[in-house]
Design a binder for this molecule. Sequence first.
Ligand code: 5MM
Length: 341
Amino acid sequence: MNLTELNKVATAMVASGKGILAADESSGTIKKRFDAIGVESTEDNRRDYREMLFRSKEAMSQYISGVILYDETIWQDAKDGTPLVKLIEQSGAIPGIKVDEGTQALPMCPGELVTVGLDRLAERLKKYYERGARFAKWRAVIDIGSGIPSMTAISVNAHALARYAALCQAAQIVPIVEPEVLMDGDHDIDRCHEVTQRVLNKTFQELRVQRVALEGMVLKPNMVISGKKCPKQASVEEVAEKTVRLLKACVPAAVPGIAFLSGGQSDEEATAHLNAMHKLGPLPWGLTFSYGRALQAAPQKAWAGKAENVAAGQRAFSHRARMNGLASKGEWQSSLEQKAA
Ligand code: 5MM
């Protein structure tokens, strides 16, 4: 393992003014997204859509540091035969790959899930590296509900995240460690804070036990936020303050960066929260976005599967990427949203 090189990649992934595009929707998830815009989820349509994003010059060269791909996409070529990975590299962004294989029910823990995909992971990582991937992603899902999460669910997911991270570093790939506490449910922000604290502490404990070099990884957490169905929604300032305070307590400064998931927040909420956190600086690590839905909802709507809408889809993507790029420096203002194309 060359830790200097891993640290260089991790630092580039969270460079100020840039963030990560999470375009690693599995087949089931991209189908849901396409259903919402009336587009059939065929291999060609998925390729056309993602090619549109990766050919968005402004977004990709100025605001996107890296792209998380799904297995199908990393092996796909653009319409003109150029591998999609090459398009990403040519734009100056770093290609990455989702390597978990989804979730399964956790035995003895009703309603809870464990992420799977460790079998043959070392071999798969080798192939992904040869194809150009320089970072990877693994997402653990922790739900909040009556009597959950159990310590069992937190422990087994943290253990798997650390196993994955160690295998990645041994393969010279930067692991994005993503322990997501879901924002579904009616819990308040303090319950989210309590659960996220347990999850982050256990995750870092496992990372240490399994000798993962913190300098060569990126953390992708949820924000500390009210559940979607909670009657009392915390303000932008409260989310920012509670998230930053918790991260400072749980995430060692050796970690080069933190890149948030959006988790179902609206586009503007996700941007406003990141921006407000930067008003609370200085921060010990890079702090940016690794959004899926909050970067892609607008371009998906604008594109709607029609070739004549590609330019509009790219404008919508570039706008969201620019807004989040500004937020990652604390320079976003809501008035900039009205100037959208
Ligand atoms: C883009 O969505 C990713 C893949 O999800 P599935 O495996 O469920 O298809 C997802 O892991 C994503 O990277 C994170 O949840 C962050 O995305 P959001 O939309 O929450 O920002």
